[in-house]
Design a protein around this ligand. Sequence first.
Ligand code: ATP
Length: 433
Amino acid sequence: MEQNDIMEKIVSLCKRRGFIFPGSQIYGGLSGTWDFGPLGVELKKNIKKSWWRALVYQRDDIVGLDTSIIMNPSVWEASGHIQGFSDLLVDCKECKKRFREDIVKQTCPECKGALTQSKQFNLMFKTFVGSVEDSTSTVYLRPETAQGIFVNFKNILTTSRKKLPFGIAQYGKAFRNEITIGNFIFRSREFEQMELEFFVQPGEAQRWHQYWIQERLLWYQRLGIKKEHLIVRQHEKKELAHYAKDCYDIEYFFPMGPSELEGIANRTDFDLRQHSKISGNDLSLLDEKTNTKFFPYVIEPSGGVDRALLAFLIDAYSEEIVRGEKRVVLRLHPSLAPVKVAILPLLRNRPDIVELAKNIKNIFPGNYYVVYDDTGSIGRLYRRQDEIGTPYCVTVDVQSLEDKKITVRDRDTMQQERIHIENLKEYLDKKLE
Ligand code: ATP
């Protein structure tokens, strides 16, 4: 399959099946915003759940947090975002369009007009708190979730009684007034991040940095992304963000070329030191051995939920010919699949079969998403479930009325197994574990 084709196919599948729609679509949209439909919201939730499970539930050295999107503006002064979170932009003198300097050559990519000198453009969205709209009430929508973690460092330390090395994990919305958006949900203006700030002794930062690069790579692989579709790239000195001493990107081979999925930075003690200085609250720790104060270093794996979602979709997408017909399958990892099980009646005009199928759905208490569908012929229903990545379909037929057995069909192998209804839940629970 051509690489460009695959993006088009994913965009169309997402729209057709209810994963992702353009934001505010009935008003002509708002560029850089996307809405997640019934399947998209499930996939997104499952990604965040898997991340949380791997970082918070399966370890003892990380706790979770959920902080405000709007913060005291001093936070962004201390973090350097007011001064330094900007892109160099150029304007086209002819068509007046604006571009990031690093992605254009000498002339405008749209009309070939001459470009202006570049100037800095801050990426933070501004708004106001309260009823007066002036500089004293200006606040920002957070461009990263990380600062909520740094300003709560002492709160977490005293309430969770953690000792170095330990981490704080948070996912949530972030906003950037990106100038060049595109490649579907790869770069948008409102997106979600999953960020871990892992606090370590300064002398151990390098070792933990390498550790987290490997951990994060394995996370993507465990959830089904092919190893050969991921690479790790170290940032050049000139690329480093103002707070970073060293940074590695985990890149995925997206159709437009290898691009960042997640950045893993050594933020040093920059943020804790800055917040101590600007807020006047000392965020340093005491080294009990030497009785001196020090600021921990921070290793930060920072990934995008939306970018991960796009990579998971692209990697899972496959087309094959089965009995002369094209079969589209999303081979999503079962823990990511939006729908885990679909219950399908073989004959939708037989009330007894329909009733049994609906009753079977009630066996599942809601631990995972199970749907009932009778809106097409069985062939069509299977195709629909394959296309949205449902790992198991359960089919109820005439025979089921007699022997209380149903057929479980595996999405990947298409193999079918006859299972007694009594054993179905346990059978699927085990498969989906
Ligand atoms: P890029 O170089 O692609 O603009 P970045 O280096 O600015 O990204 P970071 O500041 O490291 O990104 O943010 C961490 C993660 O947040 C990124 O790896 C990406 O997954 C996600 N992310 C950042 N900006 C966007 C965006 N505009 N849309 C979607 N996801 C984003």
